[in-house]
Design a protein around this ligand. Sequence first.
Ligand code: CU
Length: 358
Amino acid sequence: MNSLPPLIPVAASTMAYQFEYLFWYITIVTTVAGLGVYAALLYFCVACRRGNTTGSTPRILGSTRLELAWTIIPTIIFFTFFGWGAVVYTKAVHPPQDAMEVFVIGKQWMWKAQYPNGQRVIIGGNPRNMTEAERNSIGKLVLPVNRPVRITLVSEDVIHDFGVPAFRMKMDVLPGRYTTAWYHPTKTGDFHIFCDQYCGTWHSLMVGKIAVVGEQEFDEWLGGNGVQQGTENPVDGSIAHKGRELFLKLQCIKCHSADAKAAAPVLEGLFNTRVPLKGGGGEFADAEYIKQSILKPRLKVVQGWEPIMPSYEGQVTPEDLDALVAYIRSIKRGTTPNTTERMNPPVGAPTVRSEKQP
Ligand SMILES: [Cu+2]
């Protein structure tokens, strides 16, 4: 692939190939059709030029067969674009269940990544507006090859966009809302990250590298305590982990537990599902819905439950809300604890043995 002109970046993920095939299919079909139109135009210009045909232009009253043909054939061709595009798009927006999760926060003008075990790395940016600590942890976003990874993105200030040409994937990074991108890297090596949305003075410095490495090298890079369940690492600073602490601190667990007579629904698997509401209708459980459930619980009451949840308005900051959402997103099915049990860590987070329940 290295011999290709730089106009076409390396394809280094499963999705990159899917995009590439579709892209070339559409490009070739539209090019051939376009050239066909111009060829016909040229031909008729010459063939039907003045003086070439005898007499005047014949009176043409239309042809049903022709009309049908030039309606149906292009429709079928356009629908192949749509159908194929829909298949690729569906794959692109649905990360595999077993994907490792990495948080990436965009900020003027740097990217901050956080691994499930709490490891952080700054991936590029303008060193001039970084703190000393941030400057010291400038590195690459290291990812394992042949393993799907889900990147959860959020911005601390303005709109950015996390673009990785080699993976043919870019995703807007918005303040106050989580967006997701996922990759399944197929090649080792270094690949560019660009901020693809103009975001102020040093936008052009908001670039970095993804280093795709072998499985073993990745585990070593993570300090030997990888992302496998069951490994020990008490230093967990992920956003979901912070949310879990809040979930305990704010006593959400008192009601939202797995106890048989719990007073509230378990929140596992809630994210991105449809919730039936009391009084009919339903609501899609996205980040906004979860935040509203915490701030104004009476507004939308889940069917089959009593409106007993207190409002947490004024008690939680917007960052707390983001953290709670991240935690609720991360609870896997069948892992909600009883109130008496030790709380389960977020997906991918290593377990900590000596943790006490408040
Ligand atoms: Cu940016």
